[in-house]
Design a protein around this ligand. Structure first.
Ligand code: SAM
Ligand code: ZN
Length: 160
């Protein structure tokens, strides 16, 4: 799972990894982050879907889908972003920029808030991945909301 620290080279704001109410460890803001800013890059070893399947652990998944047959394994050479938990009301949004997988603030994030992303798991059963995000409108699963799948799909965690 890699070092349990944030690599500041990939994160312009002060962040920390600590215990989360959502699941085990999570990433938290140590300062206020305005809306629309780059918060952290997701990096790690880039592997094929087949290799990601071989390495993967469905119960503790550090794989992020980058492109067709390119999965980023955050457990090897990760930046700390691999500790970001899922929320159905996330405060981050993933965007690919010139070959980099970047997480931007989807709104202003207060000091002390946990950073979260919608994992949008695909190709697996909803009931196998229950969500514990605690958001008032939690959809109950880490699997993508089908209402989001029209048009261009946003980057997502990989269930490989
Ligand atoms: C990328 S890790 C996130 C970091 C993890 N909390 C840790 O301590 O290593 C992804 C795993 O966290 C768990 N997870 C993340 N968000 C969750 C949520 N909202 N509800 C339930 N489990 C969650 C799932 O087990 C998932 O496979
Ligand atoms: Zn939820």
């Amino acid at each position: 799972m890699g070092a349990r620290v944030i690599n500041a080279k990939y994160a312009p704001y002060r962040l920390e990894i600590r215990r989360s109410r959502i699941h085990r460890l999570g990433v938290f803001a140590r300062q206020r982050i305005p809306h629309g800013r780059k918060v952290i890059e997701y990096e790690g070893e880039r592997v094929t879907t087949q290799e990601a399947q071989r390495r993967g652990n469905p119960n503790l998944n550090y794989m992020f889908a980058f492109a067709k047959n390119v999965i980023i394994d955050g457990s090897r050479g990760g930046t700390g972003a691999q500790y970001i938990n899922h929320s159905c009301a996330p405060n981050l949004r993933a965007r690919k920029v010139f070959g980099h997988m970047l997480f931007f603030s989807a709104r202003a994030i207060q000091k002390g808030e946990e950073l979260t992303l919608d994992y949008k798991y695909r190709g697996v059963k909803k009931d196998d991945y229950p969500c514990a995000c605690g958001a008032p409108r939690c959809r109950g699963t880490l699997v993508e909301d089908r209402r989001d799948t029209r048009g261009r799909r946003a980057p997502r965690q990989s269930t490989a």
